[in-house]
Every structure is written in C-alpha cells, then in structure tokens.
Design a protein around this ligand. Structure first.
Ligand code: BV8
Ligand code: ZN
Length: 245
C-alpha cells in the first residue's frame, strides 16, 4: 500500500484537501454528528437553516455568537499546520466546509470556504458586509444586530441549510476537484450536500481518493486509500512521505 501510494504522490502535482469539522475537533471545536456533536444537542433545522433564522433570529444569533466566542479562543492544530506545510511542497487547494477560519490562521493560502466564515457578517437588506474582531463581539449588545444604514437584521456570512453555496466558491470547488490528481477527504462525514458530491466528481475525472478519518465516511467504498485516525496523526504521515519522495 505504502509503495503504491508513494508513487501516486510522487507523480501527482495537484492536491485537493476537502476538510470538515473533524480537522478542527482537536482544536476544541465540536463536530456536528460525532459523539458530543452539535446536531446531537441542537436541531440544525432550527439553528442552522434559513427558515430557522427568519423564524427566530435571536436564537440563531445566540447559537452563532456562542460559537464565535468559542472559536476566538481556539488555535489551529497540527492537522491544519501540516496541510499548510504540504501546500508549500505541492500545488494545493483547500476546500473546507468549516467556518472557523483555522486553515487561514495555520498559514494556508489557497482556501475556499464553501460554507462561509463565522467571523464575517452581512446585512439581509443591503450589501453591508463586516468582519467581527475580538472587540466587536463585546460591542454587539442585543443578539440580533440591526444594520446601521438600512435597519434590517444582520446575519452571519455562512451558508444555512436550504441555501445555495456561493456560486464563485462552488465553481472553484468543482473545477479543482475535477482537475486534481489526489483528493484527501479529511475530518468530514460527507453527510452534507452538495459538498459530498465533490469526491465522486474527482474520482470520475481520475483522481485518487484518500480518506483520513477515525471512522469510515458514507462514501468509504469510493476511497482508494483510508487512513484510520485523527488528523493530527494521519496528515503528518502524508507529509513524511512527500518529504521522502
Ligand atoms: C443546498 C452552516 C440547494 C455553517 C452547514 C445533495 C446536494 C445538494 C443539497 C443536498 C443534498 N442532499 C441534501 C441536501 C440538502 C442539505 C443537506 O445536505 N442536508 C443533509 C444534512 C441531508 N444541503 C443544503 O441545504 C445546502 N444547500 O443544497 O442548497 C439550493 C440550491 C438553490 C437554491 C436554494 C437551495 C447547504 C449545506 C450547508 C449547510 N450549512 N453549516 C455552520 O454552522 O457550520 S453544514 C454543516 O455540516 C457544517 O458546515 C459542517 O462542516 C458540515 C458537514 O459536516 P462535517 O464537517 O462532515 O462534520 P460531521 O460532524 O458530520 O463529521 C465530522 C467527521 O470528522 C466525522 O466523520 C468524524 O469521524 C471525523 N472526526 C472526528 N474527530 C476527528 C475526525 N477526523 C479527523 N480527526 C479528528 N480528530
Ligand atoms: Zn443593511
């Protein structure tokens, strides 16, 4: 297995990392569907859907503000840092479902935030956009901030369930997954569409799929290689291989 993988890595020049909540788990950010996962405690359709937001914006803001505060206190882990290191050695695109910004803070450059970013806010009524820094969180008195210019409600710039992904981001995701020679699927259960169609897209165009997860994903049968383990254990093994090609 090692030799076959080594020669694939040696002859590949386009890597894609498709990442999910699992890569941030060791930074202290809960996943969604695993043990202790957010969706085990909360109803995603109430807290992370567009209908839920308009039904009770205060509740949804409370949920996202709690996560903003948690994320501000977290740091990238060895998994994020290893991908940033691989990015210096191979042509790499990072397609992340995570909204925590940890890939960027780890030093990665070529990142597509497919589900947005929790620190960015936008207005539901005009084209105001903003970015929350540490101090802003304290400034937001009530839980449903109101736009200063048009008085409509602000929202986190993330993709709620029931909302389409940003067209530009999706275009890059489809192109990069269609052109890559290897797609590493790291820390995602692949439960959420349309992102979960990307590994199949890559496979159809001839890419090698490498699953990196303590458990099999729902598309485990598609994978060419599976590394069972935490991202901080498995990704350094790939970096080691690349360094010794
Ligand atoms: C849309 C918001 C259409 C931000 C999220 C097929 C195609 C298209 C759509 C659908 C489809 N099937 C169903 C749909 C509808 C829906 C959907 O997917 N529903 C699912 C639940 C059935 N999709 C949508 O609504 C999408 N929009 O389709 O729009 C449209 C078109 C035109 C006009 C109108 C509409 C929008 C989807 C985005 C929803 N927003 N989040 C936020 O709050 O974070 S999704 C949410 O799930 C997060 O973004 C999260 O990242 C994402 C995926 O979850 P994972 O990252 O995989 O996390 P999970 O906990 O599931 O798994 C963690 C994994 O890590 C596990 O496998 C675990 O074993 C592993 N792990 C744990 N520890 C570690 C580890 N791995 C490594 N190391 C460790 N230490
Ligand atoms: Zn506005």
């Amino acid at each position: 297995m090692q030799d076959a993988l080594k020669s694939i890595l040696k002859n590949s020049d386009n890597f894609v990392f498709l990442t999910g909540a699992g890569i941030s788990e060791e930074s202290g950010i809960p996943t969604f569907r695993g043990p202790g996962g957010l969706w085990k405690k909360y109803d995603p359709m109430k807290l992370a859907s567009i209908s839920g937001f308009y039904e009770d914006p205060k509740l949804v803001w409370e949920f996202y503000q709690d996560r903003q505060k948690l994320i501000l206190g977290c740091k990238p882990n060895l998994g994020h840092l290893t991908i940033a290191e691989i990015e210096r050695l191979k042509n790499t695109t990072i397609l992340t479902q995570n909204i925590d910004g940890l890939h960027k803070r780890a030093g990665s450059k070529n990142i597509v935030e497919l589900h947005g970013n929790i620190m960015r806010i936008k207005c539901t009524g005009c084209n105001f956009k903003g970015e929350l820094q540490q101090q802003n969180l304290k400034d937001i008195q009530d839980l449903s901030p109101i736009c200063k210019s048009c008085k409509n409600i602000l929202r986190p710039e993330i993709v709620f369930f029931g909302e389409p992904l940003d067209q530009q981001a999706w275009k890059i995701a489809e192109e990069s997954s269609g052109n890559c020679s290897v797609m590493f699927v790291v820390g995602t259960s692949l439960n959420v569409g349309p992102v979960n169609t990307l590994p199949l897209n890559a496979k159809r165009k001839g890419a090698t799929l490498i699953e990196m997860n303590p458990e099999p994903t729902i598309f485990n049968n598609l994978m060419d290689f599976s590394f069972r383990g935490k991202a901080t254990e498995t990704l350094p093994k790939i970096l080691e291989m690349i360094r010794n090609l």
